[in-house]
Design a binder for this molecule. Structure first.
Ligand code: FAD
Length: 482
């Protein structure tokens, strides 16, 4: 292999297609299940260059169409293949100011990589891993460089919520010349990236570094500000903000609504994850917030999404002897990312599939001691396209457990709805918007991310933030939008 090969250079596509997808080093499962350090260790420079050489530089790069924020994937990968890693970082940041985050948690297998032409015959180019490599390389060598700003317009935008939707909107608007203030209810910035996704998948220092780059650009952040309780959306407008972007996520946990759900030892994933990730309960008593002591205990997590995988893998790391996923369909229908399911299995998580909880059973002191489970079988596909679970009569059995965590999804928090009734909502409390501009029914108010779609993904939330930023820019410059 020549040392420096231009992507347009001497290698034929046939030769590129022969290079196998490069494997990213990771912590050994027997070690990592006892620590909170990052599982994936990232590409080396050599692995990254070799992986980048697999890209055949399609004239019409379909991968770019698969990326909700439109990263120029082919162009940044060409720069990686040339060994110009800093140039690649700059190219990527033209469309995404949070690349180290996206490179770690985006479901690339369903977005850019599924569209990769190389993937039609071989494994697709590892776009997410290259994105992560490039972002880490820049941060670790020269530090995150920020792009230039347009002349200031004197217009002010308030962004409510500092998750990926709010952050990406803030990044675009500040570059367009507007003043941006982000209001965040919690004491830490980042939304689910901080309080939901655990350290071993997304180190908090990386989230903080990418948020710091927005601070460097001039975005103002105000924490401990619950919009609806401190100021309302109307009050923000009265206080001089010319536009408001609502990006408050979907933070209200759903419950199973079965008997015994109020027993001690039954958590929602939200509470469990917030205690562990945000309040550092895994370092109790060094940190003040306690969490159920899982050591040598049997834990059951109900659900099959990313949140359920994160929760069960944390409970294993906290010493759980048996850490189970209990899911009412089979593993084929699980919504979690394939990599997370694979990692969970490697770490010794037990999967109890086609099983549905009917009742939690407690002792005389109100502590959980078991759960009644009913077995299921799969019927015809339902409206989600997944095969419907059907109870098998007479299949109930009792499973002894010490802790249960309900992880079956989240709805919208009602605070904004209660205090801004003149916005339009659907029956689940999601804000209704024009899909092209993210504008709501209220003049000057836009919304995006999970509060509009219901629980989705980081990159979809970021895509909504970018779309809203473009529309807000037009609204501020021209007074109206189509
Ligand atoms: P959020 O990230 O929820 O941020 C909303 C912010 O608004 C929060 O900080 C909240 O405190 C704040 N807020 C709420 N109300 C107010 C108010 N009234 N005033 C001020 N601030 C307010 N997606 C992936 O793509 N890959 C993954 O691997 C993945 N794993 C996940 C794991 C877990 C445990 C969870 C819960 C979700 C996961 N997701 C994943 C989904 C993804 O994180 C979300 O879709 C995404 O974070 C939504 O972004 P958002 O900006 O809309 O909202």
């Amino acid at each position: 292999m020549p040392e420096k090969i231009s992507p347009k250079g001497s290698m034929t596509n046939k030769e590129r297609m022969k290079i196998p997808r490069q494997v990213m080093p990771e912590q050994d499962p027997s070690i990592r299940r006892n620590n909170f350090s990052e599982v994936n260790l990232g590409f080396t420079e050599e692995l990254a260059k070799m992986e980048a050489l697999r890209c055949i530089q399609c004239p019409k790069p379909t991968c770019v169409e698969g990326c909700p924020v439109g990263v120029k994937i082919n162009e940044f990968i060409a720069l990686v293949a040339d060994g110009n890693f800093l140039g690649a970082a700059e190219k990527m940041k033209e469309d995404n100011l949070l690349p180290a985050i996206c490179g770690r948690v985006c479901p690339q297998e369903e977005q850019c990589e599924i569209k990769c032409i190389v993937g039609k015959k071989n494994e697709p180019v590892a776009i997410g891993r290259l994105e992560r490599f490039v972002a880490d390389y820049e941060r670790e060598t020269v530090g995150i460089r920020v792009p230039g700003l347009k002349a200031r317009t004197g217009k002010k935008v308030a962004i409510v919520g500092s998750g990926p939707a709010g952050l990406s909107c803030a990044g675009d608007l500040i570059q367009m010349g507007h003043d941006v203030t982000v209001f965040e209810a919690l004491h830490e910035l980042g939304g689910v990236l901080i309080y939901g996704i655990p350290e071993f998948r997304l180190p908090k220092s990386i989230v903080k570094a990418e948020i710091d780059s927005l601070k460097k650009l001039g975005v103002d952040f105000i924490t401990n500000a619950v919009i609806g309780l401190t100021d309302t959306v109307d009050e923000l407008m009265q206080n001089g903000y010319d536009a408001v972007f609502i990006a408050v996520g979907a933070g209200l946990p759903y419950f199973l609504n079965i008997p015994g759900e109020n027993l001690n030892g039954v958590y929602s994933s939200n509470e469990f994850l917030t205690r562990v990730n945000l309040m550092k309960a895994y370092r109790f008593p060094e940190f003040d917030t306690p969490v159920f002591n899982c050591k040598e205990k049997c834990v059951a997590v109900f659900g099959g999404g990313n949140t359920a995988m994160d929760t069960v893998r944390i409970s294993k790391r906290l010493g759980g002897q048996h850490a189970n996923i209990i899911y009412r369909r089979s593993d084929v229908e699980m919504p979690a990312r394939a990599e997370e399911i694979h990692h969970a299995k490697e770490e010794g998580i037990e999967f109890i599939l086609l099983s549905n909880p009917l009742e939690f059973i407690g002792d005389e002191k109100g502590w959980l001691k078991s759960v009644k489970i009913q077995k299921m079988e799969l019927g015809e596909p339902d409206s989600s396209g997944r095969r419907r679970p059907i109870p098998i009569p007479g299949s109930d059995y009792i499973l002894p457990i010490d802790m249960a965590v309900i992880s079956i999804g989240n709805g919208s928090n009602p605070i904004i709805q209660k205090t801004t009734p003149d916005l339009q909502y659907n029956k689940w409390g999601n804000i209704l918007v024009d899909e092209n501009t993210m504008k709501t029914s209220k003049k000057g108010v836009f919304a995006g991310g999970d509060i509009v779609t219901g629980g989705a993904t980081v990159i979809l939330a970021m895509g909504a933030g970018r779309k809203a930023a473009a529309a807000i820019n037009e609204y501020l410059n021209n007074g109206n939008i189509q």
